[in-house]
Each structure stands twice: as structure tokens, then as C-alpha cells.
Design a protein around this ligand. Sequence first.
Ligand code: ZN
Length: 513
Amino acid sequence: MKFYVTTAIDYVNDRPGLHHGYEKTGADALARFHRQRGVEVFFLTGTDENATKNEKAANAAGEPTRAFVDRHAAEFKELCETWNISYDRFIRTTDADHVRAVQELVRRWIANGDVYLGKYEGLYCTRCEAFYEESDLVDGRCTIHPTNADAIQRLEEENYFFRLSKYEPALKKLYRESPEFCVPEIRRNEVLGWLERGLKDVSVSRRNLKWGIPFPDHPDHTVYVWFDALINYVTGAGFGTDEARFAKWWPADVHVIGKDISRFHCIYWPAMLLSAGIALPKQVFVHGFLEYRGFRLSKSSGNMIDPIASAEEWGADAIRYLVLREAPFEKDSPVSPEQFNTRFNAELANGLGNTVQRTLAMIERYRGSVVPDSAGLGTSGARVREAAERAIADHDRAARELRSAEAIGAVVALLAAIDRHFQETKPWDLAKSADEAHALDAALYAGAEGVRLAAVLLWPYLPATAERITEQLGQPSPATGFAEQGRWGVLRPGTRITLGAPLFPRLELARAG
Ligand code: ZN
């Protein structure tokens, strides 16, 4: 079994934002989920470096373009390190193998008769680096950059064109036969709308740019950055450099992207691949935007929450959890430091942190730090077992479909069940009477085994925390081996546990007003 997952690659004209961490963590959690379950995973992320605007931004900063993109690419890599993003490759579109892959793909289009020289005159958003139709704009402005009045420019030049129109019937067939190609449905409906309006050929080269990948056999042209960028997904799998690796990993199982670039991924990309005789990816998952103070979080709008500072403030594990929990992947979601604080206290400090601490402290206190025998769980313990088994099923179903907020919610429900279990069984009362020794054993065992399973399920979101919990419970790392660990009854009586410091000390929040 293999699983190939990609994120979008990020423009390096500025520093990373919280939304970059969000997308990468969503893909990372999916990659970790599959790895845990014994699937061989390849997880690709990286940077999109050949955009004209990098050259412009570098010039404005008085820096050579190469040095400028190196510096910003390093910041995106730092984001990945800080947020514990377990990528297998960090691709940069200036990498030599990518240049080769792009040129090979373009040669295939040319050989297939899909490239011709034409004149392009049209509306171009310099921020998106994309051409638009008049009908795509609102009041003459780009819908993604409504506050940038000068973003839309009229551009005229001689370009190479790709015969996108030729692929309209094939794309319509694709969406008819494989509706799961683009999810969720709301995004697929947008794509169907574009297809309904008809596809025009698109310009795939730019003239007289110094920065970019040379168009094969036409050195005065460079490959239009969007077409170059999409190709990173096949480069990463080995296209053009390692055919055996490419045969192993391609097609991708899912491309995880934001809704602003679904046209490129759901229309252009499959057409580009069909023209080159390459199999299509299985799915494009289009996530929503993070919003802050009523606007989309983005670099170009200047509405930013710093992801590195956020990891410092809440902790790397916590910020991963908080963005995925607060912002369901399938829709737009408001986020704010206030929301993060509230969620942190409710679910990490109180929910998870308290439950773990309390369970381990009672085993230390009443049973000398040794997991007691579970001979008979009792009614309440049996309910914890049921809750754990339900959590595994609910979690896995949601996690597989990138519904991370819901997947985490399944574990939150399990933690609540453990809390109720202690309220009902009152181990602190049972401990007062020697006659209740068996009942106390059963109560403590059910709590500890529930906590262990919660940690195993939470590993994709809270990797460091989950490993800490399983270590405290004397268990192996939950990074792999879900088949053995992901079921009730694995925790062996007699196992020695270690009580540690609280996992998520409660935040003292200043009262507003
Ligand atoms: Zn735009």
C-alpha cells in the first residue's frame, strides 16, 4: 500500500503566514495517519520560486533574485521544522530535476500538437500571476485581491498557447465518471461551472523574462509560472529523472490545495497530464480559507498571523491542533488568538491534559505507579471501552477524508467519556475501602487504557504530546503499529507508569473590558 500526498507549493515573495502552516499540517496529519496504519507514504511540500514577482520583489529589495528566493525558501522550510511537518521532500521549483521535468512535459505537449504560437491580449492579475476573463472580475478587480486596485493589468504579448479547449470533452467525462476527483462538492460545482462556460486555450509562456524555466527550443520564452509550478507534483514522484520511482508513486493520491487555486488544479492540471500521456491524480482536496477580523488571512492582503510566533506562543503541537480543530478543512473558518486560547484551555489543558494527569496521578497514588489488573471492567469501564471503540471508528472515517476537526472531535468525545467514568466510579472514594480494591483496579485500568488509545489517535495532530503520553504509560511510540496498538486491551497489567509534568498548563487569560 502506498499513499502520495502533496500540498500546494508556496510563493516565496514574502514570509510564511498561519494559513501556510494550516494547509501543511492538514496534509501532514493525513500523511501521519496513513504511516501509522502501515501505509508507505510520500509527502511532498515545497516552494514555487519561478514567479516573475519574485524577480520584481528582489529588485525592489535590492537583492539578487537567487539570494532573495533562497532566503524566503529557508523561511518556509523553517516553518515546516517548527510545526513538525514530516515531509519526505521539500521541493523547490528551481531544483535541477524540476527544470528537467518541466521541459520534458512541455516537449510532450509540443509533440502531441498541443502548443502553438499566438498573441495574447487580456486581463492579468499581477498578484495571482493569472489571466482572467472580464466576467471573472468584480468591478474590474480580482476577486482574490479586491483591495489591490492596480493588480489587474492589460497585457499583450506573443506567447505559446496550450490547446486547453481540446480537452474540454475529456474533462467533462472525467467529472462525470469520477466525481471524487475534486472534493468537497461545493468546490466541484465551481469547476463544473467553469467547464459549462467552455474552455479557451491558455498562454503557457512569457517572453523576455530572465527569471524562469526556459521554454524548450524557444530560449526567448520561459514557461508560464503556473504551468511550471503544477508540474512539481510529478517531479517529486521522479518524473523525468527516475522512472522506477515515478511508476511506484504516481499517480498522487491527493493534492491538498486552497480554494483560490482550484481552477489550476482541477482544469489545467488534468489537461496538462492528459496531453503528456500521464495518469491523473486520484483526487484534489480543496480546503477553505482562514479568516481573521472578517478577512481572508493572506500575504497579499496584509492580514497575517505569524506562524512561527504562534508556535512559540501556544507550542508547536498545540498550534497544529488548534488550527485543524478551529478550522474544518472543507470550509472557510474564522480564527483568532482569542479562539485559540479558549480552545486551548477547554480541550488541551482541561480535556486532554487534565485527564492524562489525573489518570496517571491516581495510578501512582493508589497502585504504586503500576497498571492494575483489569479482571472485569464493570459497567462504567465497559462504557469507556465502547467510547474508545466508537472513537476509533469515527476518527478514522473522518481523518481519511481530511475532516480533521471532526476526527479530533471523536477523540475529544472519548476523553469526555473517561472524565464521566471517573465522576461515576469515584476512585478516590473506592481507595478508602480495601473491599473495593477490585472496583478501583477496574476503574483505573479503564481510564488508563482509554487515555492510551486517545494518545494513539491524537498522534497525527499532536505527535510530540502523544509520544510523551505513551512513554508515560510505558508504551512504544504510536508513530507506527496502529494495527497492534489501535485496539482495546493492549495496556498490560503490571506495566510501570511515570507521572510527568502537566502537558498543557492552563493559560491565564486576561478578562476583556
Ligand atoms: Zn488576484
